[in-house]
Write a protein that binds this ligand. Structure first.
Ligand SMILES: [Zn+2]
Length: 468
């Protein structure tokens, strides 16, 4: 299977995943994963594992699923799925990084392409059904679950299991990438241990990563042999890599977000409200309190947490605090001042979570113009950021600029490769009353030209669908 055919298949799957209710674009978790992912990708390129051609032509995009099952998986075209469950059970950044490095290596070594080529009978739609099924595992997501029917899909699912040699190769290459990026190689071993111990405790399928990645004694011994001899010094992370404390906060976030039971939230709220609660427990308590509708308590916990964490974790806590202040409810005395100050520093930040939260705060404080200017600048640099486009659309509506608002909404659909949805909105923009349309001739010209672009993209998309 050629690189471009693999990418096309991956793009099609990605389009379906964006619409899947299990798909989660949480900017805070996304920023954290990028802090792990970008150094891994850079190391893989530097080491020649990802040659320039592959770096350019595959997506190298992470997609998060709300799934509680401990899993991560490589998909065709350079897309990687990461479940909240994986973040929730890990204790250190290098543990997640080791799983990402392993999956990255399945992609860079073209294992998926090799499997698809080997299994010629596996039609791309079967592959699609299977990947979506993996994404929806543990949920009752109707469409995806129903897609896996018939014996051919089952056969395909079994044949996607990588061979032992491929697993070994992904371990070997992944270990080099992990340590090359500056992470502690011990992450591979502790992750293995964690999976192995957890699998002894529960056999309820919550660890699908083990089904696709059986932990043979060989694999563990191999990994241990790669580690330096002698006791490991407690290594401090390379500058720029996330700290253990940052990981603990994100892991707590994933734990709460993947949980639907109010009883668990109540337990976490009580644990994290104790005077000597750890930073992770306090984070989980604040978010649980918000889920339980106890907003004031959530804000108080986040403020305590702010004084508890190191400077590297401060932005993560500030993001939480903004999120809580922005959730429905009136602001107490002084909280409006706090929100305004968080807004100003967030708008000046280069982190995606901060930019998006800063823009929301600008909208909440009646300053849509500031949201528009920051989001526009951001969308130029990140044209595939659907959330930024959607927020820009809201800000434009708040300004009363309907034409701009509809066009930004269309761009959000383009960003998720939903060209039919985008075209519908561009047509609606062109059909606005003349007084609205003609108020901004430049924007109208952009709408006209984007419509032509999107029509071509849609044609191409439909032609590909017919060929497959
Ligand atoms: Zn693997």
């Amino acid at each position: 299977m050629s690189v471009s055919a693999e990418r096309r298949l991956g793009d099609r799957l990605a389009r379906d995943i964006y619409r899947d209710p299990m798909y989660l674009d949480d900017p805070v978790i996304g920023d954290y994963l990028q802090q792990l992912w970008q150094p891994l990708l850079a190391a893989a390129r530097e080491r020649g594992e990802v040659p320039p051609d592959l770096a350019e032509r595959l997506a190298w995009e992470l997609m998060v699923s709300r799934d509680r099952a401990v899993n991560a998986f490589a998909m065709p075209g350079g897309y990687l799925g990461v479940n909240l469950g994986l973040l929730a059970v890990t204790e250190r950044p290098e543990e997640v990084a080791s799983v990402l490095a392993h999956e990255l290596s399945h992609v860079s070594q073209r294992h998926i392409a090799r499997l698809i080529s080997r299994e010629e009978k596996m039609a791309p739609w079967v592959m699609g059904a299977m990947v979506l099924g993996a994404l929806a595992a543990g949920s009752n997501a109707n469409a995806a679950g129903a897609a896996i029917v018939g014996s051919s899909a089952v056969a395909a699912q079994q044949s996607l299991n990588f061979s032992r040699d491929m697993e070994r190769e992904a371990d070997r290459v992944g270990f080099g990438v992990l340590t090359g990026a500056g992470f502690d190689g011990l992450g591979f071993v502790t992750m293995f241990d964690k999976l192995q111990q957890a699998s002894k405790l529960n056999d309820d399928g919550a660890f699908p990563y083990l089904r696709s990645h059986p932990l043979t004694g060989d694999r563990i011994a191999d990994m241990k042999a790669r580690l330096p001899v002698g006791p490991l010094a407690a290594s401090s992370p390379r500058p720029g890599l996330p700290t253990a404390e940052q990981h603990v906060l994100i892991s707590a976030r994933a734990r709460v977000m993947a949980e639907k039971s109010p009883d668990r939230w109540r337990t976490w709220l009580s644990t994290g409200s104790a005077d000597k609660a750890t930073a992770g427990d306090r984070y989980a308590a604040a978010l649980s309190a918000q889920r339980l509708g106890q907003r004031a308590q959530a804000i108080a916990l986040a403020q305590t947490l702010r004084g508890q964490v190191g400077s590297a974790s401060r932005p993560t806590v500030d993001a939480l605090l903004m999120e809580l202040l922005l959730s429905p409810g009136a602001l107490a005395t002084g909280q409006d001042v706090l929100l305004a100050s968080l807004r100003d520093s967030a708008l000046a930040s280069s982190s995606r979570a901060m930019v998006l939260l800063g823009a929301q705060a600008a909208l909440a404080t009646g300053q849509p113009g500031r949201a528009v200017s920051r989001l526009q600048e951001w969308a130029v640099q990140h044209p595939r950021d659907a959330q930024a486009w959607q927020l820009l659309s809201r800000a434009r509506s708040q300004q009363g600029q309907t034409l701009h608002a509809v066009r930004a909404d269309a761009e959000a659909h383009v960003a998720q490769r939903d060209y039919a949805g985008a075209l519908e909105r561009l047509k609606a923009a062109q059909a606005l009353p003349p007084a609205v349309r003609n108020a901004d001739p430049i924007e109208l010209a952009i709408v006209d030209s984007r419509r032509r672009d999107v029509e071509l993209l849609l044609k191409e998309q439909m032609r590909e669908a017919r060929e497959e």
